[in-house]
Write a protein that binds this ligand. Structure first.
Ligand code: NAI
Ligand code: NA
Length: 396
């Protein structure tokens, strides 16, 4: 069928298999163009099908020639209905890995569950033996705790008081003021339960117990800090509490990995257009001003550039891993530069529906958003009939 974008609110209901494949090819070409990384041999990526997790899988495989197992939760296609983009991304990744002679297998299911952990560990033991790097890159609005059976839902709210600021509907370009009422204590607990470090710790405990981690194993999770402009709704809001918990969990995991001399790190990444970040109020306006400013200075990066730099210049540079005072790896360094943040703050004060097209990169935001679903890519014939019923090779 001919597949077109079908927008509903913050999501696109369709995805284009050829466009998603082109995204994978572009990311592979980028990391290959930078040369080989003396990196890990066996990598497990939890949240491997989109965003930072997908880029982590691509850099591991096509930058470091690693064998990869990817875990994700994506919707399969059905006759006349497209799959979710992560499905098509993973299908294309698997095909390219096969062509390159790289081991790659994928598991589609709820990573928060005991069953998927068990299935993943069985596959590791059978095929790879041990894992050198575990990337934990889940972004989800909901988690069922397998020990209690309780389903938690995360919220994106300020804490303590109502937060009022501007936001943009990136489809229409309309800038409006929004007010978000503060979270309840239960909201905070639920958000920590979904996006904090408890499940990361569960994965690492299960892997260690199964003797599935190599000597000197590393595990990484991704966090965000951002500027004062967004802090009420991000870093000092409910999601920020979850990130505090995730960052604290890194220390606990490092303690529990002593037996294999393993280490857990959090990498603080740049704000980027992904399915997860598009749903956060205020952030799309910030991103459109940030993109404009960083592109003008020639230091804009997407997921693949960020993660390639993380592996090449932080994790596997041959030197010790540089960290901040809280033991976090910082690849948000360019976003947080004073000249960038001063400029964004200046633009923020001027941003309204009329000025934004000129002072912000709304077009870049929209293009990136469509790209997430495989639309708007060069070298893809969108008028052509394509088969939506794509299977993922190597899916367990
Ligand atoms: P994303 O939405 O692109 O990717 C989420 C991944 O998690 C997908 O592979 C999805 O299939 C998987 N997933 C979700 N629920 C699952 C479940 N129950 N079981 C198995 N897999 C599941 O998100 P993105 O933006 O790449 O986020 C990844 C991490 O990076 C998050 O911790 C996020 O907070 C962090 N981060 C994101 C930034 C951004 O601007 N997008 C900035 C800095 C950090
Ligand atoms: Na991800």
């Amino acid at each position: 069928m001919v597949i077109e974008p079908k927008m509903r609110g913050f999501i696109c209901l369709t995805a284009h298999p050829k466009g998603c494949e082109q995204n994978i090819l572009n990311q592979i070409a980028y990391t290959r163009s930078k040369g080989t990384i003396a990196g890990p041999k066996n990598v497990l990526v939890i949240g491997a099908s989109t965003g930072f997790g997908l880029a982590s899988r691509i850099v591991s495989a096509f930058g470091a020639n690693a064998s990869t197992i990817g875990v994700f939760f994506e919707k399969a296609p059905s006759e006349g209905k497209t799959a979710s983009p992560g499905w098509y991304n993973s299908a294309a990744f698997q095909n390219e890995a096969k062509k390159a002679g790289l081991y790659a297998k994928s598991i589609n299911g709820d990573a928060f569950s005991d069953e998927i952990k068990k299935q993943t560990i069985e596959l590791i033991k059978k095929d790879l033996g041990k894992i050198d790097v575990v990337v934990y890159s889940l972004a989800s609005p909901v988690r069922t705790n397998p020990k209690t059976g309780v389903t938690h839902r995360s919220v994106l709210k300020p804490i303590g008081q109502t937060f009022t600021n501007n936001t943009v509907d990136f489809h229409t370009g309309k800038v409006t003021e929004i007010s978000i009422a503060p979270a309840t204590p239960e909201d905070i607990d639920n958000t920590i339960a979904v996006m904090g470090g408890e499940d990361w710790q569960m994965w690492m405990d299960a892997l260690l117990q199964a003797d599935a981690l190599s000597e000197n194993a590393l595990t990484l999770a991704y966090s965000y800090i951002g500027p004062g402009l967004t802090e009420a709704v991000y870093r000092k809001g409910t999601i920020g509490k979850a990130k505090d918990h995730l960052e604290a969990t890194a220390f606990n995991i490092t303690d529990s990995l002593k037996k294999v001399n393993g280490k857990a790190y959090v990498s603080v990444n740049k704000a980027l257009v992904t399915q997860a970040s598009s749903a956060i109020p205020v952030i799309p306006l910030y991103i459109s001003l940030l993109y404009k400013t960083m592109k003008e200075k020639g230091i804009h990066e997407g997921c693949i550039e960020q993660i390639d730099r993380l592996f090449r210049e932080r994790l596997y540079s041959g030197q010790s891993i540089p960290v901040d005072g809280n033991n976090r790896i910082r690849i948000d360094d360019w976003e947080m530069r004073a000249d960038i943040q001063d400029k964004v703050a200046e633009l923020w004060a001027q941003a309204n529906t009329e000025t934004l097209p000129a002072i912000g990169d709304l077009a870049g935001y929209k293009a990136d958003f469509l790209n997430l679903f495989g639309f708007g890519l060069a070298n893809v014939d969108y008028a052509a009939d394509v088969n939506e019923m794509v299977a993922i090779d190597g899916l367990q």
